[in-house]
Design a protein around this ligand. Structure first.
Ligand SMILES: NC(=O)c1ccc[n+]([C@@H]2O[C@H](COP(=O)([O-])OP(=O)(O)OC[C@H]3O[C@@H](n4cnc5c(N)ncnc54)[C@H](OP(=O)(O)O)[C@@H]3O)[C@@H](O)[C@H]2O)c1
Length: 223
């Protein structure tokens, strides 16, 4: 698959290294000539060129720069899968959103026509190279409105070595993004470092969701 990674930072380099093993990866940079000096073995182009020369785009820029990076793509993202990996933080590393809209939904409003998928934000960059810590596969929670686009991203995550977990529609990114901030708080705030990750533990035997209780009166979960 032809994949464009927008950004040349920590996430871009790690996930780029992982995906290059079985895909054609091109990086999109604001300053491609400078970036080429730092990444001599990588194919670095302008943001627009990289986006045009790809089937799937991973937006690996800070949350606050996402809008600008999308503008730079000059609509090259239309019709393509656009993966949002951002953890919406302000400059003080604090939560930068409310809870009524995720960064992913905001990005989808700016990238109209792209199939936006939320993924990879709950894995520290250095752990994206293998998607694992020791023998444990790290969970990447995936949300998106286009089922095929979501399946493609989940397949890429699985290929790296991660455990992709389908959370549902793009709106569910509202639950995924705070989990990214939780990990950052543990890693940096509580000084556990970046050798940590999230894992979804599943029972070996099939279980049904419990009957709703008084505090959860609705038997039917809204879609
Ligand atoms: N670091 C992690 O462990 C981690 C884990 C999961 C998710 N994330 C998320 O992944 C995204 C990228 O994180 P990162 O750690 O890779 O960041 P980073 O190392 O700072 O790299 C960000 C890249 O974005 C590009 N960029 C475009 N516009 C920018 C702007 N206005 N200001 C700064 N950089 C800009 C830059 O590439 P050019 O200069 O070449 O344009 C830069 O190399 C963020 O949204 C973050 O929340 C990070």
């Amino acid at each position: 698959m032809k994949i464009a990674i927008i950004g040349t930072g920590n996430v871009a380099k790690s996930i780029g290294e992982a995906l290059s093993k079985s895909n054609e990866v091109v990086y999109g940079s604001r300053k491609p000539e400078e970036a080429k000096q730092k990444m001599p073995n990588a194919n670095v182009q302008s943001i627009e060129e990289a986006a045009r020369n790809s089937e799937l785009i991973i937006l690996a820029v800070p949350y606050e720069a996402a809008k600008e990076a999308i503008k730079e793509m000059k609509k090259a993202e239309e019709g393509k899968i656009l993966v949002d990996v951002s953890n919406p933080m302000d400059k003080n590393w604090r939560w930068a959103k409310g809870f009524n809209e995720s960064a992913a939904e905001e990005i989808a409003k700016h990238a109209k026509g792209a199939k936006v998928v939320k993924a990879f934000n709950t894995i520290f960059a250095e752990n994206m190279k293998t998607g694992q810590l020791g023998t444990e596969k790290l969970a990447t929670f995936v949300a998106g409105d286009d089922e095929q686009a979501k399946a493609t991203v989940m397949s890429l995550a699985k290929g790296i070595g991660m455990d992709p977990v389908d959370v549902g529609a793009l709106e569910k990114a509202r639950y995924i993004e705070p989990a990214g901030l939780l990990l950052i708080e543990l890693g940096y705030g509580k000084k556990m470092g970046t050798g940590i990750g999230l894992k979804l533990v599943r029972s070996q035997t099939a279980t049904q969701p419990q009957q709703p209780s008084a505090s959860q009166p609705s038997a039917q979960m809204p879609q």
